[in-house]
Design a protein around this ligand. Structure first.
Ligand SMILES: [Zn+2]
Length: 277
């Protein structure tokens, strides 16, 4: 069942509320929990804090269906075209974060980072990325299998992107950042890691670089774990060194070059192949 990150509250269509914000002010909404509706079609939806109160989102109100022209049932329908229904269902029912959250940069950075950590470091992220692994072709450098390239995913602002435009190697992700005027992009990066380095208490894991443009790894790119998330991740760092990995997250430019920030190795990274050295 499709999860929604945002909903209309109290019929105020110009002011969407985010599930993460409702969760942090849960008691404020306690007796108004029947006041949320789908931002695409207006049908009533319900807020849930998710498992262990750690996975807030909106979901269908029991026995109330989205209207047939709504983006939600339309995106869900795709699962019926494929044999591996379960995997596809997980992918298409995860609405990817993008612009709505990014607009909130005018709140405080701390809140924003914590929310981003929840989005990418949570259980849902892990399910999403592990479902994706099964759509990669292990006999063809773990590229996305042709059959799934056109699979469509919904993002927060209501736009639709194709799965093939989300997955990419470092050069492709950098190209997408450039195309958005040097800001950030949500992506699933596929690349080969080198040994981790500690720089000012942060962990930087560079990707390998090559000169052959065909391999799309000619540019510098690193995975980045900021100091405040190092402790939580340190036991897993070795497992992702010198490996072919895919990572789900937000890539952007910072003082160390282009990086993808990791809040949780377990939820954001899958090792596809480990090299011995
Ligand atoms: Zn709807």
């Amino acid at each position: 069942m499709t999860r929604m990150s945002h909903a209309i509250f109290n019929k105020q269509t110009d002011n969407l509320v985010c599930a993460l914000d409702v969760d942090s002010e849960y008691y404020k909404y306690q007796d108004k929990r029947d006041k949320f509706s789908c931002k695409f079609c207006g049908v009533q939806v319900q807020f849930t804090r998710g498992k262990d109160h750690n996975d807030p989102h909106f979901k269908n109100w029991p026995l109330k269906n989205h209207l047939c022209e709504c983006a939600i049932p339309n995106i869900e329908k795709q699962k019926e075209e494929f044999e591996n229904y379960g995997e596809i269902e997980k992918l298409v029912s995860t609405i990817l974060p993008r612009s709505q959250r990014l607009k909130d940069d005018n709140t405080t950075i701390n809140i924003n980072r914590a929310n981003r950590a929840k989005e990418f470091g949570g259980r849902r992220s892990r399910k999403f990325i592990y479902s994706l692994v099964n759509l990669l072709d292990s006999r063809n450098y773990f590229n996305l299998k042709k059959d799934y390239e056109e699979l469509e995913l919904l993002i927060e602002d209501g736009n639709i992107i194709k799965l093939k435009d989300l997955v990419g190697s470092q050069d492709e992700v950098i190209q997408r950042i450039d195309a958005t005027n040097g800001e950030r992009v949500i992506c699933i990066l596929r690349g080969n890691t080198r040994k981790a380095k500690t720089i000012k208490n942060n962990i930087v894991i560079p990707l390998t670089r090559g000169k052959n443009p065909a391999y799309k790894n000619t540019k510098d790119f690193s995975l980045f774990i900021r100091w405040d998330y190092v402790e939580k991740n340190k036991e897993f760092i070795e497992s992702i060194e010198n490996a072919l990995v895919i990572c789900y997250g937000e890539a952007k430019t910072n003082q160390y070059g282009i990086e993808l920030e990791i809040f949780s190795i377990k939820s954001q990274i899958v090792v596809l192949k480990k090299y011995d050295n």
